[in-house]
Write a protein that binds this ligand. Sequence first.
Ligand code: COA
Length: 415
Amino acid sequence: MSKALDGVRILDFTHVQSGPTCTQLLAWFGADVIKVERAGAGDITREQLRDIPDVDSLYFTMLNHNKRSVTIDTKNPEGKQVLEALIQKCDVLVENFAPGALDRMGFTWERIQELNPRMIVASVKGFGPGPYEDCKVYENVAQCAGGAASTTGFDDGPPVVTGAQIGDSGTGLHLALGIVTALFQRTQTGRGQRVLAAMQDGVLNLCRVKLRDQQRLERNGTMKEYPQYPNGTFGEAVPRAGNASGGGQPGWILKCKGWETDPNAYIYFITQAPVWAKICNVIGKEEWATHPDYATPAARLPHLKDIFAEIERWTMTKNKFEAMQILNKYDIPCGPILSMKEIAEEPSLRKTGTIVEVDHPTRGKYLTVGNPIKLSDSPTEVKRSPLLGEHTDEVMAELGYSPEQISALRTAGAI
Ligand code: COA
C-alpha cells in the first residue's frame, strides 16, 4: 500500500529530541528520512541514559524509527561536498542545531537555495527572533519560557514542569505541520521556503488558555473556577491552578480505593453541568440537584472544594476502574490516572499500534510509542532505528559515488 509522503526525501540533520520527533513522524507517513550524523559519535542520545552497555539507548531508538543513518563529517571539505549532493537530492532539510551552527558549517539559506531552490529548510530553535534568539534551549527551558511552568503546580508551591515533553516533542509536531504545509505550497509555487518552529512559541501555543485567563484576570480581578476563589487571593499574573480544569467545566483529581499505598489510585472527575443531577444521584446527594447553593454552575463555583470533597468520599469507596465504569454509564466525564506500567500493558493500545513492540539487532525487543496519528490510506509500520552509519554506503551509492570513491572518502575521514 502506498504511503502519504512516498517520494519525499528528507535530509534529517536533527539530534536529541525535538527535531527527531518531527522527522520520525514524516518517516512514519512514508518519507525517506536520511539522518546525517557525526562520524564516530552520532546523535548524542545514542549514548544517553543507556540501560544496556554499548547499545543504542531507548532515548535514541524511540525517536528515530524508520530512518536511515549516514555518517558525514560536515566540517571536512569533502564531507561538505557529500552534504551538497544530498541537499540537491532531497526535498526538505530539517535541523535543530544551536542558533548559527548551520551557517557556520557554510550552509546558509542563500547557499542552500543556490544548490536547490525547491528545498524546504525547517528548523527548531529555542526562541524566535528577539533577545534570546542566540540561546541554546532544552525541554524544561522552553516549558519555563513558554508559560507552562508558571501555570503548573499548586498555589503554595514552586513552578512545576510537566512530564509531557511539550517543548521538544510538542515543537517537533508543530514543525512537521509546517513542513507538510510548505510541501503543499511548493506544489503551487515550485519554490522552497524556510520553516521555523521556536520552542517557546510551541509551548505558548499549547498554553493558549492561560493567556486567555491572564486577560480575564486583568479585566475582572478574579477567576471563579480557580481554586483560589473565593477565599484565596489573586496576584497580577495567572496563578497555578493545581488540578483544576482549564475549561468551563470544573474538575479535580480525587482519591480512589487504595490511594494509601498506590500512588496512582486516583481519578479525574469533571462536574459537567448537563450531568449534574446524575452526579448527585451517584454520590447519594440527590438534594443537591435542586438546592439553590448547588443546582446551577454559577451557584456551585464558591462551593467547589466542598463538592469535590463529597464526591471523593464516594470515589474512595471504588477503585479507579470501578469508578470509571459506573460514571461512564451515566455519561459523567472522568479519567483514571494511569501509570506508565498500566499503559504499557494495555491491550487496546497494542491493538491500535499506539504501543508497539520492536525488535532491534543489538538491544532485542523493546516497547515504543507508535504513530499517534492514524491515516486510513497510509498505515504506519514501525521499523527499528538505524545503527550509526548503517546506510552510509547505500545512500552514497544512490548519490552516484562508486565503491572506490566511497572508500577514499572514508579514508579521508569525510564519511
Ligand atoms: N559533522 C561535523 N560537525 C557537526 C555535525 C557533523 N555531522 N553535526 C553537527 N556538527 C557540529 C555543529 O556544526 C556544531 O558546531 P559549531 O558549534 O562549531 O557550529 C556542533 O556540532 C554542535 O551543535 P549544537 O547544536 O551546538 O550542539 P550542542 O550539543 O552544543 O547543543 C542543543 C544542543 C540542543 C542545546 C542545541 O542544538 C539547540 O539549542 N538546539 C535548538 C533547540 C533544540 O532543538 N533544543 C531541543 C533539543 S531536544
